[in-house]
Design a binder for this molecule. Structure first.
Ligand code: SF4
Ligand code: SF4
Length: 373
């Protein structure tokens, strides 16, 4: 049986602006069917790394907060600490980043809480007995919330291929130890022939796992590497890369299992915004130009169906007629013919492995009905 995914484009009028349309979207998609009365509602989102400009504006979160308050809920905005260097790897830095990027209570109407505490150590092990993860380590504030609402930015991702609701919920709700578990199969390698010895990956690795060999080329110490993937995204020469697709597929499956543990039977609702579709994650301190024009907003009570619908909407869109990550390596004709921008963008990973596993474990269905409003 298919799941309904509701969609609205970005066309607006003075009487019906983008935020009006978002409110109408989530109400039409069924958010009001959840009993929010006096419930703690975790709105799982990503406040963006400092320097990134593709992350979602706080106005979207403010609209969700207003809707949830109108339904009697107690919403809070939340994310967990990161595994790599940057400005979100501990609670003080993460909260400073949230404020700098506009996620203040004044702009959103809700507090931003770092879900896994000061150093990323606060989690609850949720019994799942999954194929890959037996008891996912879900950040405490999210695990303890009564209701989960996800607000996700649709974009590419260097390790998962596609980033949407499952990535936001699964990887994003894992505590630092949980993120290590999800990344643990993904240790990268360095291709000596391609390595220029620039040292960027050495500076980017917050786990001290990379050093320069006698010839100046990068050498990874597998014993120290946690598989965070920062070196892969940092390397501009394609020299640092994943050690085989199968490992990244396992990470996608683990993310699906973490997403299931995050939801853990609680009422849940999901929103994806398809705007500024950057080739890589909002965790980076930069964002390359979008690969397709802005498309719209989608909502569903099924995160698997929602991800599939968003991925398909992007794949159906023409690649931007500007230089971007896709057109750097592929002609416009190739992009138009492939119908899979995500795989062209990140050929080392198969984004479908995540939604397939999510469906297999009962998180939702890939079969969706797109309802435009
Ligand atoms: S960033 Fe890439 S090219 Fe530079 S040292 Fe690391 S692997 Fe080599
Ligand atoms: S070597 Fe790469 S993947 Fe491993 S910890 Fe360092 S940056 Fe992360």
């Amino acid at each position: 049986m298919s799941s309904k995914v509701f969609f609205t484009n970005f066309r607006t009028t003075p009487e019906n602006n983008q935020l009006d349309k978002l409110e109408n979207l989530v109400r039409t998609a069924g958010i009001e069917s959840i009993d929010f009365k006096d419930k703690y509602v975790a709105i799982k989102l990503h406040v963006g790394e400092l320097g990134n400009m593709a992350y979602l504006r706080p106005n979207y979160a403010a609209t969700l907060v207003r809707v949830i308050r109108s339904l009697g809920g107690k919403p809070f905005l939340t994310d967990a600490n990161t595994l790599y260097s940057g400005h979100r790897s501990n609670a003080p830095d993460h909260m400073d980043t949230a404020n700098c990027n506009g996620y203040s209570p004044m702009s959103t109407g809700a507090q931003f809480i770092v879900a896994d505490g000061l150093k990323g150590l606060d989690f609850e092990a949720i019994p799942l007995n999954g194929q890959f993860c037996k008891a996912p380590k879900i950040s405490s504030a999210i695990a303890q919330a009564d209701i989960l609402v996800s607000l996700s930015h649709v974009k590419g991702h260097e390790m998962t291929g596609f980033g949407g609701a499952l990535k936001n919920i699964g990887m994003g709700s894992g505590s630092v130890a949980g993120k290590k578990e999800m990344h643990s199969n993904c240790n990268p390698i360095v291709d000596d022939d391609s390595c220029r010895g620039c040292g960027c990956c050495i500076a980017a690795c917050s786990h001290g796992a990379i050093s320069a060999g006698p010839d100046g080329k990068a050498v990874i110490d597998a014993g120290k590497c946690v598989g965070c993937g920062q070196c892969i995204a940092t390397c501009q020469f394609g020299a640092a890369r994943a050690d085989g697709n199968e490992r990244l597929d396992i990470m996608n499956c683990k993310i699906a299992e973490y997403a299931k543990a995050t939801i853990n039977g609680k009422p849940n609702f999901h929103v994806c915004i398809i705007t500024d579709v950057s080739p890589e994650c909002d965790c980076w301190n930069y964002n390359d130009v979008p690969i397709v024009p802005n498309i719209g907003m989608a909502a569903s009570s099924d995160p698997v169906a929602l991800d599939c619908a968003c991925a398909d909407l992007v794949n159906a869109a023409p690649v931007m007629d500007t230089s971007n990550s896709l057109t750097d390596s592929h002609s416009h004709e190739e992009c138009a013919d492939s119908h899979d921008h995500w795989t062209l963008l990140h050929p080392d990973t198969d984004w479908r492995s995540g939604v397939e596993h999510a469906e297999k474990i009962g998180l939702g269905t890939r079969d969706y009905e797109l309802i435009s409003i």
